[in-house]
Design a protein around this ligand. Sequence first.
Ligand code: ADP
Ligand code: MG
Length: 875
Amino acid sequence: MVYKESKEEFVRRLKTNSLNGLTQQEAKNRLDLHGYNEFEGQKKETLLQKSLHHLTEITSIILMIAASISGYVAITQGTGWAKVIVILSIVFINVIVAVYQESKSEAALEALKRLNTNTTTVIRDGKKSRINANELVPGDIVEFNTGDIITADCQLLETNSLQIDEASLTGESEPILKNEHFHSKNDSPIGDRFDWVFSGTLVTNGRGRAVVVKTAMNTEMGKIAKLLNQTEKLKTPLQIKLTQLSKRLSLIALIAAIAIFLIGKFIHHQSTLDMLLIGISLGVAAVPETLPIIVTMILSRGVFNMVKKNTIIRKIPAIETIGNTSVICSDKTGTLTQNKMKIQQIWIESSEPTQSTKEFSKAEMKTLVLLTVCSNATIEVDEEGNEKVIGDPTELAIIRLLHKKGLTRVDAEREFPRVEELPFNSKRKLMTTVHLVEDGYLVVTKGAFDRIPVIWKNEEQRIKAQKIHDEFGSKALRVIAIAAKRLAQYPEEIDEKTLEANLEFLGLIGMIDPPRYESKEAVKQAKEAGIRTVMITGDHKSTAQAIAKEIGILGNTDSELVVTGQELTEMSDDELKEKIKSISVYARVSPQDKIRIVQAWQSKGEVVAMTGDGVNDAPALKAADAGVAMGITGTEVSKNASDMIITDDNFATIVSAIKEGRTSFDNIRKTIYFLLSVNFAQIFIMLAGVTLGWGAPLTAVQILMVNVIADGIPGFFLSFEKSERGVMKRLPLRKDSGVFENGLGFKIFQRSLNFVIIVLLAFFLGANAPEIGSKELGVSMAFIVMSLSSALNIFNIRSKDSIFLTGLLENRKLFLGTLTSVFLTVLIMFIPILRQTFEVIPLNGHQWFIVVILAISPIIVNEIQKLITSKNKMV
Ligand code: ADP
Ligand code: MG
């Protein structure tokens, strides 16, 4: 049956109250009944599924094949089960570590998702508050403003120029005008239901009030989500590259394994089974199986560290991009400045500017009252004296001054009841309201001076106003102009054309928005890190310039330009590209201009971070390499379009996020450096040994032992490595640079060569020792040198600075981890059963001496290298 329900019927049926909303208690009961207002995600893998997943990975499979071969040898030749046990334990340890780390990283990311939920304004018990959207229940009364995201399917109760972008639901890109007076049928297509708003759509203009009818999976968006029910695992570009790298390494390992097998078997006539086992274990050894796990750990640690520093990463790849940022385009108001506006001066036409602290004349008071009624911000003070503020700082400054003058918003509104509103938008830079007065209506407009639609009485008046305006501006004051007009009748059309025309100029206010304390230092830090800061603001040129000078964005040279929105519009794209590097400040721009600025910088190969808070900023946030939304003042729409959110709106936070991003990237490079050096070395050691006819210098279980214990344990703790000294003193990487940038490949080669030399030398000295030399002794010495030197190698890698500069204990976990792995290696040499398992024989004092010298020699070589090379390079 097709039927219509009026909005009153909805309110009745949902047992709510359109003014006061539900009671808190009722909302809680309904939450228990209906559940959280969120879409069911994909089912998570259980622990068992995860384990199976890792068990069926190629490394595990190869290892198990190796175990089977050893088992076969054990049965047929009676050589004992030790080898089988060792290999299986390694499979076991690998899987446990992998599952553990994966679960931990997943939990971290899950927590992140929770931080990322949308918020919504709800009325309960007659009080307005902002809650997490997942707590909404049917019957809740919600309110929304430009920039909000609708978080449930609702019937509208009240609207004011409400426009909704429903593209996410219907694909329709034009915003839809919504209105509570329209009665749609329950089965009308979504696009025709003009008195409803739907979850997941965006408020692009105006405001509204509505009753929640459907939540969670019952919403239209929920129905779609059900179809798509899949949360894809996002991989960063780096992770993708690393997967490719792993594949390539597997191939190299495979070829090496086959070569070793063939050479050993046919040239040196070793036993088939031995060679097969060595070939296979080399195949395993050469693949850095722990690398992807460590990288995930580093990334999730990066996310975690950033949360502690007020940054919420919305998309994991952002950790990487933010670290490579070379240009930050930042909003001025609230990001570089405190956004705690304070009115300093008021000027009304008939007199001279007055300090806000002075006594106001009657006319000045009236202007302040009119500014108040043309604002939407509120300041409430509760019993404990806590201030609760809602609204735009510009307007809050007005209300605050009004309070100081002994009046309240309620007083003002009693005098001028509001009947209409054209909301502020940063493109028009104006806001207009219509009020009921004795003999008709009063239209009040406030906004930017150069946009205020007034009729000047005479040229003199205009010049005077301009002069005062410029005076305010040059003192870095933000200026708001106010104008009004009377109408005898209710206007026929409520639109910009009829209301915002032919007004009478009333006056100006100038408010100060001091820079944040941290801004200057942060701009300086960014500069040292090779990052350019560019200021973007809707404010007037002189205001912008004054602030930019103060925080060091504008130096004292004339080569840096301040460009206004109008000049920008007149520039062609090519012209802009040509000039882009010299422009440090953009004043009087609209959000639409931001996207051109982003693209011009990008065309120069720069990695651009762009901040934004408004609805109109969303496209620029998306276009930027790192879109940064504001946690406090940001609209939900801008947050959803961003890659990361800075929860304190502070410019300095962006700079610290860059530092964190660089650190994560460094740690990933260190891990690659650390693991691959050993893996490559192993391949060459085996190839060389077998080719030279020495046989294998290391046995299969030994290689596995090195990879899991000697190398694996310290490697994990690289994710805890703190920022390098001077991470913020070097230039950002080029846009297209990969992990092997800055000669990492060559460094890996050097390091492996170092290992190859000392391990082969150890083998040679053992095998050819006078009187007692044997292959067993050679293998034993080679094993010790390989495992000790690769574990100790962590100290070469963890910093580009000398050990003496960084100290061993700075990363305690890493130090203890390394100590443990050294201890375990040495233990093997002293416990008979372990010796047997790992196929080694005891060393005498003289041999220990040689082995230790060889094992620490790479550190000495590396320290010398560090002394020679320049300081501010990356690892
Ligand atoms: P910003 O990028 O610095 O935040 P905005 O786009 O918010 O700049 O504001 C640009 C101009 O619009 C301001 O200089 C001021 O003149 C005017 N303005 C700002 N907020 C309001 C408001 N709530 N009502 C009327 N005018 C405003
Ligand atoms: Mg603003």
